[in-house]
Design a protein around this ligand. Structure first.
Ligand SMILES: NC(=O)c1ccc[n+]([C@@H]2O[C@H](COP(=O)([O-])OP(=O)(O)OC[C@H]3O[C@@H](n4cnc5c(N)ncnc54)[C@H](OP(=O)(O)O)[C@@H]3O)[C@@H](O)[C@H]2O)c1
Length: 231
């Protein structure tokens, strides 16, 4: 049966690499874009995909944005690939940096998961969170982003325990620095020169994601870290 995947963050970086790989094998893709204009762009970026507008900065609006028959009845996979980052020491970080990162990176992932769960249970499917090394270790300057990603780990771990009874698998992928527009932005915020060749190719993270999704159902990858290889 053709697989159906619901993907956030498919407009760029890791999410786009995952979406293109899944589309290339003929799977059905439903992409979540921040607004209708971006939805049109995503549908053009990923051939054959359907794109919905739902702004992850507003988790309270997701239920309405995805109400009715907007979501498929059966979803084999949810890939949470969207994310934002704003660095800075706790001493300087504005409250908006905390609320925006926690909202987009964590609260909306929880709400979208809740909304998709009936269809994922129907498919006995899988929910995959693109976390971060910052979800396991919080370095100076990374407090709010790391807090959102530590929270995302907690969401995934609790969900895995809850949903096993429904046949739903839950996976967290923890990439290190990956050569995407977000990493360029991190370098801008760190005031450092950016060299994409020093970091993981998003295609390699996509390969890890697909390996976790494609694993036969007798097994589950709960957590997997991906780090830049030795150069
Ligand atoms: N790059 C790294 O080094 C790295 C390392 C570890 C973990 N990660 C994580 O990997 C995931 C993907 O990151 P990436 O590097 O691929 O980043 P990216 O290239 O910046 O892509 C992020 C995606 O999230 C979407 N997004 C952001 N805010 C949104 C909103 N309010 N509503 C809907 N969509 C929104 C963006 O949409 P637009 O395209 O419309 O902007 C974009 O498609 C993130 O969760 C990130 O935290 C990245």
């Amino acid at each position: 049966m053709t697989q159906t995947h619901l993907i956030t963050g498919a407009g760029s970086g890791i999410g786009l690499a995952v979406a293109r790989r899944l589309a290339a094998r003929g799977d059905r893709l439903v992409l979540v874009a921040r607004n209708p204009e971006r939805a049109d762009e995503l549908a053009a970026l990923v051939p054959g995909a359907v794109a919905l507008a739902a702004d992850l900065r507003h988790p309270g609006s997701l239920a309405e944005a995805l109400a009715g028959d907007v979501l498929p009845d059966r979803i084999d996979t949810v890939v949470h690939g969207a994310g934002i980052v704003e660095l800075g020491p706790v001493a300087d970080l504005p409250v908006t940096a905390w609320t925006e990162q926690l909202t987009v990176n964590l609260v909306s992932a929880a709400e979208l998961t809740r909304l998709a769960l009936p269809a994922v249970r129907t498919a006995r499917g899988q929910i995959l969170f693109v976390n971060s090394g910052a979800g396991l270790t919080a370095h100076p300057g990374w407090s709010a982003y790391a807090a959102s990603k530590h929270g995302l780990k907690a969401l995934a771990d609790a969900l895995r325990g809850e949903e096993g009874v429904h046949g739903v698998r839950v996976t967290s992928v923890y990439p290190g620095r990956t050569a995407t527009p977000m990493q360029e932005e991190v370098h801008r915020q760190e005031g450092r020169d950016y060299d994409a060749a020093a970091f993981i190719d998003p295609e390699s993270v996509a390969t890890t994601v697909l390996a976790a999704l494609d694993l036969p159902r007798d097994a589950l990858v709960p957590d997997v870290s991906v780090r830049p290889g030795p150069r």
